[in-house]
Design a protein around this ligand. Sequence first.
Ligand code: MRU
Length: 359
Amino acid sequence: MFSTDELCSLRWDPVRKGVEVIDQTLLPHALRWCPLDTLAAFCHAISAMQVRGAPLIGITAAFGLASALADDASDENLVRASSALMATRPTAVNLRWALEQMTCAVRSLEPSQRALVALDKALSLREEDIVNCERIGANGLELLTALGKDRLNIMTHCNAGWLATVQWGTALAPIYKAQACGIAVHVWVSETRPRNQGTNLTAWELHRAGVPYTIVTDNSCGQLMRKGKVDCVIVGSDRTAANGDVCNKVGTYLKALAARASDIPFYVALPTSTIDWSCPNGEQIPIEERDESEVLSITGLDAAGDYSEIKLAASHSKALNPAFDVTPADLVTALTTEHGNFDATEKGLERLCTIASQA
Ligand code: MRU
């Protein structure tokens, strides 16, 4: 199902010897591949959210560093390029993880050897991301089948599908696996104000995969759960602390509270690279604050079919726009990862850490 380049978000063009990404700011209205050839282009792609989602941000940054080293592989440029990429977005820890992986691979080499090794490393991180996401899908499927239903209504928030990774996705991977093995799945897609990743990205992805879905407003999700219309909630994560607190797109916490109140399982799907082992709890996670214009305006196609920004609020209005929130570990039923399913507790994560270090 996900073996072709058509269902991936970032590809390597061996002829041009360069990276191309889907420009996600144009979805769902246009599918445009965008070549990234300079450090500035990679930094812009991440900060302007042409690419987004924790795992994909990390992989894009890895190729950005490889591209910078192909121009200048000196120690100074390694530090400069890595800092520039690191400054693009603050919350998704996969960015730091990928830059550390890249730096470790090249730091001790002669500058003349660095460019090739960096490109190899970025390509292998890309492959690893695909394998890990497929495993998350298989492990998450175990949680879904344990619910014992042949029809499942699953709620998700934001976009944690293959657009947020390279292929498969995190939260959507178990859904794709469930559909492939004959479970009748229907997905409640919460629109995810203010940038509408649910409406713009998740709905688009699910449609392409032939998975039935319904877009709902963020505010209707609690009511749907209370009315028995939701069998479980699955979301991704941008950074998970060592005690199991989960940072994800703003609005995730409210869904977890509603799920607990209605006794519905709340699963978080993530690769191990999203765990910040140095972060003891969610309070320490930096929360990105984005421009108030994302709340005060909305962007979409106008009647003429052109992209335009429409003002929603009065011109004197002010807004606060935190992009992420933290869901306390005790609201999380299980963490599903490439190494299996774990309790969202310090003990559960210690067990994951042991298994991951032996893999
Ligand atoms: O701001 P974004 O679109 O980069 O945020 C991504 C998310 O928060 C997603 O919900 C996702 O679950 C985490 S990455 C798989």
